[in-house]
Ligand binder design. Structure first.
Ligand SMILES: *[C@@H]1O[C@H](CO)[C@@H](O)[C@H](O)[C@H]1NC(C)=O
Length: 442
């Protein structure tokens, strides 16, 4: 019994030992499994850490860049301020050297250019031909809108002029559908160039030309004489070298000038006092139409010649082909060297002009009827024809072939509603509005 018990006990012990060993083995297996997993976790954690380190490295490197860029910006700003001061200094010197001679200036002459280098060359050659002998009185500028390299190169190749460049890349927002961005850019360019000449360069008058114009031999004498007139008579808003009805068949006398309520444009002279006013409210686009609004005139007029002192050869660009052939190509460019200094222009002064003009209108023979143009050519002297309204005017204008267009209630070239042009030689035709005679006191 005792032995059996012992044997049983040993057997149990053996089983227990076996079980213990088994447990140990399992434990070991589990442990090593865990250890493996742990190793993987540690490894991946290490990997994460190194990634984080890399990121941190990158961030600090970027911060380094930022600091360097900030440093650079500071330096650039400083350089910019220095350059700006230098430019201001130079401009100041430029202005002083220009204003030192300002007594001798009649007007600055500016050619508005954009991207037509060949046109600009033709214009410049025409202007320099007559400007060179009077260059001191008429400092010459070319103002380019944009950065066409050929125009810039062309302009810079002339030593006789100062080159201005307007580069404005800010976007244009047209106000109505179908409008061309070009008209907005042109208006901006005009404002910029005129501000530059009147305010930076301190000129008291500026003559504005475009890059597709030729000028007459007496162009500069004409503007010198009318500058004096403009100085004396503040009711003259600007002087133009252009007559809209200046085609060969409608002009005769190169000595005659007129006042007009219609802004003729195309080769015109403006004084600083007028620019002070216009600059403030300059329109975003269509500046010439805007300048034809009567509210902008405040009762003032423009001076225009009978025979044009500028010729517009630009068939391309903003002038349409058909328009060019009908109205611009047949323009008579004056070829007579008029001695404007010796001319008495006092008849153009506000206080005299109305009576002067009334007198010539009054002495013209009144004619009427549907075949006015035919009658006018048979009468053989000055005639006047009344029109009832705009459409009646257009009908008569069409018979003669003059401009039909009106702007803000005023026909082109009109003075107090009267449009005058020559017909078959020296005879004048006056198209007289419904209120014209009353306004002229006839
Ligand atoms: C600008 O010109 C006017 C004369 O037209 C003169 O009185 C004025 O002092 C000038 N201004 C400068 C800054 O030179």
């Amino acid at each position: 019994m005792g032995t059996k018990f012992l044997w049983d006990f040993r057997f149990l012990l053996l089983v227990a030992a076996g079980f213990f060993i088994y447990i140990q083995i399992r434990l070991f297996a589990t442990q090593s499994q865990y250890a493996e997993r742990l190793a993987t976790v540690v490894e991946s954690e290490n990997q994460c850490n190194s990634q984080t380190r890399r990121l941190i490295d990158q961030i600090s490197m970027q911060q380094g860049h930022i600091v360097a860029l900030e440093e650079e910006k500071k330096q650039r700003d400083q350089e910019y301020m220095q350059m700006k001061a230098l430019v201001q200094d130079l401009e100041g010197k430029g202005i002083r050297s220009l204003t030192d001679k300002s007594q001798a200036h009649v007007a600055a002459v500016v050619i508005m250019a954009c991207n037509r280098a060949d046109y600009l060359e033709r214009t410049l050659n025409s202007i320099l031909k007559y400007q060179s002998p009077v260059a001191k009185k008429y400092p010459l500028f070319v103002s380019q809108d944009g950065s066409d390299p050929n125009v810039k190169k062309k302009a810079m190749s002339y030593k006789q002029l100062t080159f201005l460049q307007h580069v404005d890349s800010s976007p244009v927002h047209t106000e109505r559908p179908g409008e061309l961005i070009a008209y907005y850019k042109i208006a901006r360019h005009y404002k910029w160039a005129l501000d530059k000449l009147f305010y930076t360069h301190n000129f008291s008058r500026v003559i504005i030309l475009e890059d597709d114009m030729e000028i007459a031999p007496d162009f500069f004498d004409y503007f010198e004489a009318t500058a004096a007139l403009m100085e004396k008579d503040k009711s003259i808003m600007a002087v133009s070298s252009w007559n809209d009805n200046g085609q060969k068949q409608f002009v005769h006398d190169p000595y005659v000038l007129y006042r007009s309520d219609f802004f003729p444009g195309l080769g015109w002279m403006l004084s600083r006092s007028t620019w002070d006013e216009l600059s403030q409210k300059w329109p975003k686009a269509y500046w010439d139409d805007w300048l034809r609004l009567q509210e902008n005139h405040k009762g003032r007029q423009f001076i225009r010649p009978e025979v044009c002192r500028t010729y517009n050869f630009g068939e391309l660009g903003s002038s349409l082909g058909q328009f060019f052939r009908q109205y611009l190509e047949p323009i008579k460019l004056n070829d007579v060297q008029v001695d404007w200094k010796s001319m008495d222009l006092s008849y153009l002064m506000e206080d005299k002009y109305k009576d002067h003009f009334a007198q010539i209108v009054k002495s013209a023979k009144p004619i009427s009827g549907v075949d006015a143009a035919l009658k006018a050519s048979n009468v053989g002297g000055d005639v006047r024809i009344k029109y009832k309204d705009q459409s009646d005017f257009e009908r008569i204008a069409r018979q003669f072939g003059i401009f039909e267009e009106w702007k803000d209630g005023v026909p082109r070239t009109a003075y107090k509603g009267v449009v005058v042009f020559r017909y078959r030689g020296p005879n004048s035709v006056f198209l007289v509005g419904p209120n014209s005679l009353k306004e002229l006191g006839i």
